[in-house]
Design a protein around this ligand. Structure first.
Ligand SMILES: Cc1cc2nc3c(=O)[nH]c(=O)nc-3n(C[C@H](O)[C@H](O)[C@H](O)COP(=O)(O)OP(=O)(O)OC[C@H]3O[C@@H](n4cnc5c(N)ncnc54)[C@H](O)[C@@H]3O)c2cc1C
Length: 412
């Protein structure tokens, strides 16, 4: 819970940090561990998952990413970072589930702002929800196009095109195709922030963004939740669209000039959030290792008194502290800058997820044999952290995407 370099932050942040930490410790951490041991189907249906979501919604954590004027939690960017880090400390998988839930409403606030019907339909019910009845997802990647979608606005090859298509039909758009089995919250989501192709003839740059209620429209179905190595508490799965018709007002981005900025804005938000959440995991791994090193005795003294272990712990501390201060700076900058500079969010996401993975790896080494036992908590942290290096864009591809914009850097 320590945050010593931020001695000057006002008291309300201290209170926020303490209360989210309490929730994370008492609710998220035990739930994440319990859900990790279930099958994907069992986890998704488990009262443990739904209890977390309901408690999170009651506390308003699902609306962390929404602007205050639309009923958001009213936190400034520093508060958002503090909250997300604490959620990630308890369970990155459940932190992601709560965070991504806001994506359809968030998209509606940013891109549907001129359309009161969209705000009334997709934002207001979500902010008023205290029982986790409205759950959102971000449906962008497809089985044949993962990185292609994350790089959509930077791909000139027009032969590369997404498979989910929206076709104009009078005053409506008709959706056909599918999104990948990786859509976080997909199997439990009631709403999607969906990225279809509108103009395939210009390749990936011809995409659009719409908000879609998934349980109210004919022609939408979902697959079983995906069995995966980590973040098992987070339900993920495919969504299929077969002649699913939505009114044209729900296509909140349909202009190819606006689309690149829209993709950047969503990616900048998502990656900044990931940096904060996985700073939490990096810290959790460090703290677990430190606690263990204080109590385990080998060679006649506690592990913490062995210099090699001290050095390992220092490396872990160094990573989680660096992750926190960079991801905080990047999130504050990009949540206050329009248009955001996505390279800072990407730097944060890629650095913090790698820090989380390395810390979980080193923590296992400090634990020795106990670290690889299914009884230990940290083997789950390693699996959860590994997924984060692919989640919201493979780290390698995100790096390429950031570097493409380096011509903007003024080296004068
Ligand atoms: C935990 C988790 C949560 C996720 N949540 C969501 C979600 O909420 N919504 C959603 O839609 N998707 C989600 N995803 C999907 C995720 O965004 C994709 O898995 C990711 O973008 C990579 O796509 P891919 O798996 O198809 O891999 P591919 O794109 O096929 O990449 C395979 C490999 O090729 C490399 N590669 C790909 N393209 C290039 C290139 N142009 N140049 C060089 N190397 C390249 C990659 O770095 C990677 O190593 C999630 C994934 C995970 C693991």
């Amino acid at each position: 819970m320590y945050d010593e370099l931020y001695v000057s932050v006002p008291e309300e942040y201290e209170h926020l940090k303490r209360s989210v930490h309490e929730f994370s410790k008492e609710v998220l951490k035990p739930a994440g561990l319990a859900l990790d041991k279930l099958s994907a189907q069992e986890a998704m249906e488990s009262p443990i998952y739904w209890d977390v979501m309901k408690k999170g919604y009651e506390l308003g954590y699902h609306k962390t990413l929404l602007p205050e004027e639309y009923g958001g939690l009213g936190l400034d960017p520093l508060g958002v970072h503090i909250l997300l880090e604490e959620l990630g400390w308890g369970s990155s998988a459940l932190g992601v589930s709560l965070g991504v839930s806001a994506f359809p409403a968030m998209g509606a606030c940013i891109f549907g702002v001129e359309n009161q019907e969209v705000i009334d339909r997709f934002v207001m019910p979500f902010v008023e929800d205290t029982k986790a009845q409205i759950i959102g997802c971000w449906a962008i990647t497809e089985p044949d196009h993962g990185s292609d979608w994350l790089m959509a606005h930077k791909t000139d090859d027009i032969s590369v095109k997404g498979s989910l298509k929206a076709t104009k039909k009078g005053g409506a758009w008709v959706l056909n195709g599918q999104k990948s089995s990786w859509v976080s919250n997909g199997p439990v989501a009631t709403h999607a922030l969906l990225f279809p192709m509108l103009k395939s003839e210009i390749g990936m740059k011809g995409g659009g963004i719409c908000v879609v209620p998934l349980n109210e429209i004919k022609g939408i179905s979902k697959a079983k939740p995906l069995e995966k190595m980590g973040q098992r508490a987070l339900p993920q799965g495919e969504i299929f669209f077969e002649d699913a018709e939505i009114p044209s007002a729900w296509m909140i981005v349909d202009d190819e000039e606006v689309y690149p900025f829209a993709i950047e804005a969503v990616l900048a938000t998502a990656n900044a959030g990931m940096g904060a959440i996985f700073t939490g995991l990096a810290r959790a791994a460090f703290e677990e290792a430190l606690l263990y090193a204080r109590t385990r005795t080998q060679g006649g003294k506690p592990l913490i008194e062995h210099q090699l272990i001290q050095h390992k712990l220092f490396e872990m501390f160094r990573r989680s502290e660096t992750a926190r201060y960079y991801s905080r700076a990047a999130l504050i900058y990009n949540f206050s800058t329009m248009p955001p500079k996505t390279r800072y969010s990407i730097t944060s996401k890629t650095y913090c997820t790698e820090a989380a993975f390395l810390n979980a790896h080193d923590a296992i080494q400090v634990f020795g044999g106990l670290g690889i036992s299914k009884e230990s908590y940290i083997e789950m942290l390693l699996r959860d952290a590994k997924l984060s290096m692919v989640e919201d864009g493979c780290n390698d591809v995100l790096g390429i995407s950031a570097a493409i914009d380096f011509d903007e850097l003024d080296l004068d």
